[in-house]
Each structure stands twice: as C-alpha cells, then as structure tokens.
Design a protein. Sequence first.
Length: 597
Amino acid sequence: MADVTEQIKDRLGVVDVLSEYLRLERAGGNFRALCPFHSEKTPSFMVNPERNFWYCFGCQKGGDIFTFVQEMEGISFREALVRLAEKAGVELPRWEGKRLLGKEEKDEKKILLQILETATVFFQEQLEKTVLGREMKKYLFARGLTEEAIKIFRLGLNSGGWRRLLDFLLSKGYPLKEIEKAGLIVKKENAVQGDRAGYYDRFRERIIFPVLDVFGKVVGFSARIFPGGEEKTAKYINTPQTVVYDKSDVLYGFYQAKGEIKKQDRVILAEGNMDIVASFSAGVKNIVAISGTAFSERQANLIKRLTNRVSLCLDMDQAGQTATAKIIKICLENDLETDVLVLPAGNKDINDLIIADKNLWMKIAQEKSVPVMKYFFERTFEKYSVNDPRGKKMIARDLLNLIKDIADPVEKEYWLKKLGQKADIDSEVLVKVLEKVRAKKQLEKTAEETMARNKKSTKRVEDRLVFLQEQALGVLFLFKEAFSQENLLALEGIFDENYWSLARKIFSEEGLSRKEKIFLESLAVRERFDFDKEIGFQEKQEVPQVEWQAIIENIRQERKKRNLKQIARDLKVAEERGDKEAILILSQEYAKILKDF
C-alpha cells in the first residue's frame, strides 16, 4: 500500500491546496505568488507542481502541502495530516498523544463532536429566533459586540427549563451516555445511571460561548449567567474535561485570531470570553483568552506556532494580577517575548474599557505595551520600600523569581545588574541568591520529572539525542532509494535500540507497521527541505552525503557528551565511597573519551 502522505498528495496537488490560500500566477512550468510568510512587493514564492512542493527565495521557507498548512494554520504535522486526509478522503489512524486510536475510540470522538456541533446550532437558534434571544442581543450590543462578531464566535443562549437541551438532543437520536460524555448534562445526586429523568442541562439561563479547536470544531463551552443573575450563582461555568476538551490545550478565540496573530506577529492574551469578542468587534483581532486564570506549557507552545510575542492584559483585580505573574513565568521559560498592556484606572477589564472608550483600547493595544520586566520592576518598587532591610529582601525575592526564568542569558544579566543598581544590593550577593533560587528550582524540577517517570516510565523524553536520531531516520527514509548498506551500518552502535530497529526495517522494507510508516513519513517531511529546498527548481537531485555525515558525527558527539556526564556522576559516587580502583578506571575512561573529542 502506498504511503499515507503520498496517497494524500496524489489526490491533492500542491497547486490545488495552495490556491485556496494564495493567488497563484503561472511562471513557465511553475507558479509564483507573494509570500504569505513575509512582506514583499515582488513575488519570490515559487510552487513546483511536478515535484509537488513550494519554496520562498525571500525568507527561505519551503515544504509540501503538509508543511504549508502547518505554517498557515499554526498547527502540528499530525493536525495537518488529519485535516488534509479528511479533505482527500483518505482513511488513516487517529492518535491519542503518542498512541494510535482504535475504531471504537475514533467513533466515540466523532459522535461527541457531532453532539457538540448540534448543541451549538441549538444555542445559536435560541439567540437568533426567540424573544429572549432578541433581548440578550441588545445586552450584547450594549457590551460593544457587533452582529458580525456574534456570528463569527457562534454565540448562543439556553433558557426555558432544566432539560431543554437534553430533550432536544435525545429527540435527535443521540444516546444519553454520549451526551453526558460531551459534558452537556449533569447527573442528579442519587440518580440512577442511564435514567434520563436523573439528568439536567449543565448550561441553563446563560449566554453560551462555544470553544473551538484549531480546526474550528466545537469541543466545549463557556457559559455566562444572564445579566442580573451574578449574585445567585457562578458568573461563568465551563465544560469539564472530556475526551475532546482539555482546557490546557485550547485558547478561546485562537481559531478566529490565527490569521491576525500571524499577520501582526503578536498575540494579546486576555482572561474573559466577553473581552475577546468585544475586542474583535472593536477591530483588535489578534487576541485570545485563557480559561479562568490558568495557563499551561501546551498553550504556550500553541502560541509559539504563530508568534514569539505575547502581550498580557488580564483583569486588574488581585486574581488577574496574580495570574499575570504566573503566566509571565511560563512565557519567560519558553523564551516568549512578553510585555504587559496596562488599562487605565477604573477599568476592571478590556470590555469595561471598550464600553467607555473603544478608540482608547485600540490605541493601548497597538502602542501602549510595557516590557514585562519593566512592568514588574515598577510594581515591586512601588510595593516595597528600598530604604529598609525587609523591603530590600522582598524586592530581591520577587524579582529574582522572575529573573531566574529568563531564557536569554544576556537579558538575564541585564536585569540582574538593574536590580542591583536600583535596590543598592551588591551584584555578587544577588548572583549568590540567584544561584540558590535556581538550585531550588532545579531540585523541584528534578523531583517533578522523577514523579513523572515513576507515573509513566514508558514516556519518551524529548531531547537533542532523540532529535538527532529522528533527523537521521527522516533523511534515511526520504532518500532510501539512493542510500547504501554502508549508510545504514554507520548507525550501528550509536542509535538507541528502538531507532536502530526502525532503521533496519526502512532498509529491508520488511515488517514496517502502518503506524511506523506514518511516523517515518512525518520525520521525512520535517527533513525534506533542509536538503531539497532548491533542487526542486533544478533538474537533478543527489543524495546529501555531506549532510548525512554531519548528522552521524553530531550523534557520535552527543553520545560522547552523554558518556562523559555519566562517568562524571559515577566518579562522584566513587569518590564519596573512597573506591580508589573505580576512581582510576573511570578517570581513564573519561580521559580516553575526552581525547577523542
């Protein structure tokens, strides 16, 4: 059977896919366009239909239909593969993390998504076609939302009883069990499992904000209480974690904001759903929201697909400001360039400001950001007095906890010096304190990693050695027709056993499972244009032997580094035990490896 990616590309030509995004003009046997990934006046973006790939001579980006959709949509290879497979009508396995889903699990996800989509349409119709809906739209308009934004974000409402949505979904033939799994209903205390009378709608008498995934599919909901009901119950309630919804994986408004985030190379991170739709209505569209005040590494990585620049604008209450500090920590650790948008006094959140002065919000969003470290320096020095020992201690504690997370060493040194000068603390003292803070952080991180390994010992640890081995596999699979047995043997002894097994299977083409083929294809796509980006517009393609040797050498060097680190650890143990014989043997091994570097 042909490789899955090749099946998809056979059905979806590169010109067909790219023409949905770009205006392509014929240029001889190729096509050209203005590059969507950088600003230019003369087209340098070329598409080769014969070889089925694209390349920009201006920004040096290139790839096939998968890499293009990844870049344009800000999604992973897996997500692009799923999207294009659906478009091409090609059946392929589904994943759950690193695990392939079976048919039963795939079917369950499909049903849940259908239920959520049906519920969304039901909510929308209540907003558009009922008397209460018309009243609620007046409220939304008063909050600064436009008709267009209400439709784009698919807002709705649910009212008229405890089981209105449940009864509607049951009438459409959806099973009670699946409706519950979608997070749409709540089981009464002491109710009999499966008895429809024992359930009621989770979202009642509320304005509904559907939460979309990166493909635009509804995966959950956030629901705001009707105006005037804030004192009776929680202002917002959200879908609980389900098979299709995890609040740590999604950002509200991300699907609607993707294009504008890429265009502006910047995202505004806010807190409330109403803030997002109101801001979108006001013309500031590169904005997304977290759920509550939680922000995760996975959400940071989602943002990094589109931009490295983040502007934080959370609520001005205590919870919002505490969350800002936590989010900044994650942003700094992920090397995201972060600043803060400060709202004028008297405005609790973005929506309040838009109601008061829409133009001022647009100006702040475009021009008034404060670098994150400057923002926290000012707030910290306002909060504590530098003239007493306790104040100095608190200033150093709070700011060093931020400085320690800065990924860039030059920026880290700058702010360390700035702290010393402003707080009149000796720089050597600050360096020592920072080392203690960093050591504590590392200890906590090590403890977390150990717990994670104990929880799931089979989890693969992503590191440089893994990357290099996967790089070699990708190149080997990409050029398998031209490589020789000698190329394969170069991997023996420097590859982990699981990767070595895959490499042998590539060469023999025996025993490769469908899952392994898809994995190898994804690696091949990742590597393709490190070697192939220019030759597609030439006549002949040759095996990149020089590049191959460089990869092999990188793996060997990485192995040596690992061995040196392990020997150093073993030496420390031997010295603590006073084992002179072990110290001698290990020292000789260390010197031998060091000599080979």
